[in-house]
Design a protein. Structure first.
Length: 356
């Protein structure tokens, strides 16, 4: 299924019409890339993305159950955590309408197969917060993602220790308690509508299947632990690494120019980079600036779009980073750049400049 999806969405942008001299490159390519959303067969392939992801999860559950090697069990937990991130990003494309033509059907599937069993917000609420509010106010005072960071004290002016404690906050007792409160909040938000029953039903099905097969340790380590601890860590790290948070940017400039200044293309080279892309930034999330500029593009097309933008748009690559924790090739890692802005008085000066 995954191979069929990849082959069906093959694209070659080497011959795409280059922008004329002096043209607005992003606006030029928005016209060129307008059709790079779903295709007719995505009415089937879209929902199948959930199927193949769950098949990977089942394989990891079986590997965990049938081995006594601790390393394999730990690898299974991390692998399932990555598949939760995959489900999240598939749902992300459903929220943007690029998963397939049957948008409402895909949203219902996203609720039942990801949002509800993973204790995340209902898909229409996610659409409002992410697609409407975040995409239209990236890194501004009313950006819900930035507000979340500031509420957790993850803002310029902190010490190096507080920065790294902030990066790994979901592993701390405070972070786990926040996650529990978050889960409860999603339940109460749906208290008086059918979504509550669907949430409880989806969780009951997942738990019931584990129990029916006698997979009690698997239930704990491959469902409860990912939902409450490891998966929140993965999506929190992705969240803080995707944008150039707190970088100075004046108001009143066009949306796409703001994205170019506050986004970054990040390369993840080598085998470690492949693991990071697959488990922390799957389904095109590692090409987040390309997604921000062309939000209707399906994940399959984002690598090619990224390559074209790096070739033709100097501003696109201005703030490129390399790696997540450790930079190389003369470029900082995504988190290194963030740390330099947030730690100490230098971070405070950046925040004050932006506020001014």
């Amino acid at each position: 299924m995954l191979i069929a999806d990849t082959l069906y969405h093959r694209v070659d942008l080497a011959e795409v019409t280059a922008p004329p001299p002096g043209a607005d490159i992003v606006r030029h390519y928005r016209k060129q890339f307008r059709g790079m959303s779903y295709k007719p067969l995505d009415i089937v392939l879209g929902p199948l993305a959930y199927v193949w992801t769950y098949l990977f999860i089942i394989a990891a559950i079986l590997a965990f159950h049938h081995t006594d090697y601790l390393a394999v069990k730990i690898a299974a937990v991390l692998f399932v955590t990555g598949r939760f991130r995959s489900l999240q990003e598939i749902g992300h494309h459903a929220a943007h309408g690029s998963l397939g033509p049957a948008r409402r059907f895909n949203e219902i599937l996203t609720n039942l197969l990801y949002q509800f069993p993973a204790f995340m917000p209902e898909i229409r609420r996610r659409h409002q917060v992410h697609v409407v509010e975040h995409h239209h106010s990236v890194n501004m005072d009313d950006d819900p993602d930035r507000i979340e960071m500031e509420e957790r004290g993850f803002a310029p002016g902190i010490t190096p220790l507080r920065f790294w404690l902030g990066v790994f906050r979901p592993l701390t007792p405070v972070g786990i308690l926040e996650r529990l409160k978050e889960c409860w909040g999603y339940l109460t938000a749906d208290m008086w509508n059918v979504n509550l029953a669907l949430r409880l039903l989806s969780v009951a099905v997942v738990v019931g299947l584990f129990v029916a097969f006698g997979y009690y340790w698997e239930l704990l380590f491959l469902y409860v632990v990912p939902v409450l601890v490891t998966y929140p860590l993965a999506y929190w790290i992705a969240h803080i690494a995707l944008h150039r948070w707190y970088a100075a940017c004046e108001d009143g400039i066009p949306y796409h120019e703001r994205e170019l200044r506050l986004g970054r293309p990040t390369d993840f080279p080598g085998p470690i980079g492949a693991l990071v892309r697959s488990n922390v930034f799957p389904y095109g999330d590692s090409y987040h600036l390309a997604h921000s500029l062309f939000p209707s593009a399906r994940w399959n097309y984002l690598p090619a779009i990224d390559a074209v933008m790096k070739r033709d748009c100097p501003e696109y690559a201005n703030h490129g980073s390399r790696g997540l924790f450790f930079g190389s090739g003369g470029r900082p890692s995504a988190l290194d750049e963030l740390r330099h802005r947030m730690v100490g008085n230098g971070g405070l000066r950046v925040a004050h400049a932006e506020a001014a």
